[in-house]
Design a protein around this ligand. Structure first.
Ligand code: SAM
Length: 275
């Protein structure tokens, strides 16, 4: 089911694609230790035992594809940023990665047993279309799973940054309009969307992830270089505002110091369903 689009998706998708090309080199080391923590629960959610054919959509550096291959699956990773595909190939040369758009998957109907998307949904111009596409390429009875961040009051790395921008900077910078970043943080909305798209046995659960960083500065660096929308908002600040935001984030991140590192609670929502 595709819902009515309240904005033009083309500029937003181009903005995200440029942003991921720019962030590709930095993203894997900045976020990989965090985002790959979902792999066991996500692969369990699609019932991956081994030998299934699995598609990892918006694969980035290929962390979930690699975890699925370790379980014995026959995997393909797909990403629309050529620099991300290059990163994935460099990290996991034995696996198959290709360029492609989550909203127009370059595969035949019913060609996979499982489709997953780890933290990709919140970057899509047309998430409903990507969900329809995932369902199309799944075989009947195949399983779909995706993750997004929990709301910023829970995913504290985002919460502290967004609050600092709001208090000390300008959050209304001119960016192409896109879908709400935290839409699928709401389990009811996720359930409704997957059921409307035709999935059954829909489940939504919260995963307790911890972002471990070497220093409070590393939190701000990761958010300002390793992503797209927040990074663009930060780049658009005046130098004085940016420095004030940085100092506030570093101060708050420092309150999570323990055992010689920073440990930030960054829970995620894991959604799954059966075609
Ligand atoms: C936050 S990263 C997640 C990467 C990886 N799945 C992980 O778990 O770390 C989001 C990824 O989605 C990709 N992406 C965003 N929109 C896409 C689209 N329409 N089609 C394919 N990939 C897309 C980006 O290039 C980026 O690699």
């Amino acid at each position: 089911m595709t819902t009515t689009q309240p904005f033009d998706p083309v500029p937003f998708q181009a903005f995200e694609q440029r942003g991921w090309e720019r962030a590709a080199e930095y993203y894997g080391d900045a976020f990989g230790g965090l985002t790959r923590q979902t792999a066991p629960a996500m692969l369990d959610a699609v019932g991956l035992a081994g030998h299934e054919r699995l598609l990892d959509v918006a694969c980035g550096p290929g962390f979930i594809a690699a975890a699925a291959a370790d379980r014995g699956a026959d995997v393909v990773g797909l990403d629309f940023a050529p620099a991300m595909v290059a990163e994935a190939r460099a990290r996991y040369p034995a696996l198959t990665f290709r360029d492609g758009d989550a909203e127009a998957l370059p595969f035949e109907d019913a060609s996979f047993d499982a489709v997953v998307m780890n933290f990709g949904m919140l970057h899509l111009a047309r998430p409903d279309q990507a969900i329809d596409e995932a369902r199309r390429v799944l075989r009947s009875g195949g399983r779909y799973a995706f993750t997004v961040w929990a709301s910023p009051d829970k995913a504290v790395g985002f919460g502290m940054t967004l609050r600092a921008i709001e208090a000390l900077g300008n959050k209304d910078v001119p960016l192409p309009e896109g879908p709400p970043f935290f839409r699928f943080s709401d389990p009811a909305e996720t359930r409704r969307t997957l059921v409307a798209a035709g999935f059954s046995n829909v489940e939504v659960q919260e995963l307790a992830l911890t972002w471990r960083l070497s220093s409070a500065d590393a939190v701000f660096d990761a958010l300002s270089r390793g992503g797209v929308r927040t990074a663009a908002v930060l780049r658009a600040q005046t130098p004085a505002a940016l420095e004030a935001i940085r100092a506030a984030v570093v101060r708050e991140a420092g309150t999570y110091a323990t055992g010689g590192e920073i440990r930030l609670p960054m829970p995620a929502m894991l959604a799954s369903g059966t075609k």
